[in-house]
Design a protein around this ligand. Structure first.
Ligand code: TIU
Length: 220
């Protein structure tokens, strides 16, 4: 077992049963003209996560960890997008509307793709998800079970939306989740800080929080 200092206390993991899951590092959230910006957000807030996540990916690949990526998005006919999600905001800027990077949050469009800096390597599964959580309506649970994964290291965007939802889903399914603070980002600095505090509060109510350098050091 490897162990590192985390909040609220030490996080122990076996690299052989640990997977890194990189959540929704898509142009639609990270770059101007995408879904994130149409919701009124300042996408520049997220970009500080890119370099540490690239270093983390390199270290996890070198250590032979299982690595997965997720993408939030919908089928071109929007049949997998419930009205509760679709009918938000200005109709000309909604999911499926044309934008500078293609139709907003639609699978196959340029904006739906993962940013070049963090492109998945050959063989790394990419989970397409219609919801905020990575388990809902995807094959993620079965894939992790098949590989014997018990611990999840979680990064990506946004901290209080898709990262939180996925960590909560994973915790309920029995996974021990470590969230890396420098590799998750929010459009709102106050949500970033509070979102991380919420995970580790109450004795680690649904996970642990540490930095990526601390995790990389524990891998060696
Ligand atoms: N809006 C927002 O903060 N996030 C999302 O809609 N999706 C993800 O977090 N990926």
């Amino acid at each position: 077992m490897a162990v590192l200092d985390a909040l609220p206390g030490p996080y122990a993991f076996d690299p052989a049963t640990t997977a890194l899951i990189v959540i929704d590092m898509q142009r639609d959230f990270m770059e101007p003209g995408g879904f994130g910006e149409t919701l009124g957000n300042d996408v520049s807030q997220l970009r500080r996560t890119i370099e540490p996540t690239a270093r983390l990916l390199a270290a996890c690949r070198a250590a032979g960890l299982m690595i997965l990526h997720t993408r939030e998005g919908h089928l071109p006919d929007l049949s997998d997008c419930p009205p509760a999600k679709l009918n938000r905001g200005d109709p000309s800027l909604r999911i499926g509307a044309p934008g500078p990077m293609g139709r907003i949050l639609i699978r196959g469009e340029h904006g739906h793709g993962i940013i070049d800096e963090l492109a998945p390597a050959p063989g790394e599964p990419v989970i397409d998800k219609p919801g905020k959580g990575a388990f809902y309506a995807t094959g993620l649970g079965d894939l992790l079970t098949a590989k014997g994964i018990r611990s999840l290291v979680v990064t990506g965007v946004t901290t209080e939306v898709c990262v939180h939802t996925t960590v909560r889903e994973a915790n309920d399914r029995g996974y021990e989740c470590l969230v890396l603070a420098d590799c998750v980002g929010s459009y709102f600095p106050e949500f970033q800080a509070t979102g991380l505090r919420m995970i580790a509060a109450q004795g680690g109510i649904f996970g642990w929080v540490a930095s990526s350098p601390a995790f990389i050091a524990a891998l060696h």
